[in-house]
Design a protein around this ligand. Structure first.
Ligand code: HEC
Length: 172
């Protein structure tokens, strides 16, 4: 190889390494920001330590899956190359299942399902169902504060885990 070509390829190699390092740094900074917002728990420690090496933690926090589905995702990530001790798999999946579960529909879910949302219980679940049976569907989540015992503080806490569902388009 002529010396100029050699120089060219060495510089190209250096530039590529520099770009890779910058991408790693950017992702690390983003992951630190996301981690600061995450609810505490054993699973958070595992997730922050083990899950940020290949992609942004936002890939994970954007997901809404059941415990069963998260358990499967964790196994797939181990196959992808994530380094995880086998005893870390269950607490991580549990943490993801608790915090990134599909939203429960307040217009269709039975009281028992509403009660599974952390912060709600059987009696609040029953009150949500009773209100909807009497007054019709909730148009927005804010309507929940009309339910007996449902405070705005509670709405702030559990709101992200609830949905009013997709409304059928109103005919013109
Ligand atoms: C060795 C690299 C690597 C690590 C470490 C890693 N992942 Fe992934 N992850 C991938 C790749 C590659 C994809 C995209 C391909 C795919 O979906 O399998 C992905 C995609 C995802 C997705 C989006 C796709 C889906 O199945 O919903 C989620 C969620 C996810 N990873 C969660 C995790 C969790 C949780 C951890 C920590 C246990 C983790 N990842 C650690 C490589 C990794």
């Amino acid at each position: 190889m002529p010396p100029t070509a050699l120089l060219f390829f060495s510089l190209l190699g250096l530039a590529m390494v520099a770009q890779q390092t910058q991408e790693d740094k950017d992702r690390q900074a983003e992951n630190e920001k996301i981690a600061a917002q995450l609810p505490d728990g054993e699973g958070k420690t595992i997730m922050v330590a083990r899950c940020g090496a290949c992609h942004s933690l936002a890939r994970i926090t954007a997901g809404r899956k059941s415990l069963k589905s998260w358990t499967n995702t964790v196994k797939v990530m181990v196959l992808n190359g994530a380094i995880l001790e086998s005893k870390e798999e269950a607490p991580l999946a549990q943490y993801l299942g608790d915090n990134f579960a599909p939203a429960v529909n307040v217009n269709s879910a039975p009281a028992e399902e509403l009660a599974t949302v952390p912060g709600l219980d059987q009696s609040l679940g029953a009150a949500i169902v009773a209100y909807r049976e009497k007054h019709g569907e909730y148009a927005t989540l804010d309507d929940l504060t009309k339910v007996d015992g449902f405070t705005t503080g509670l709405l702030k806490k559990v709101g992200p885990r609830l949905t009013v569902g997709v409304k059928a388009a109103t005919p013109q």
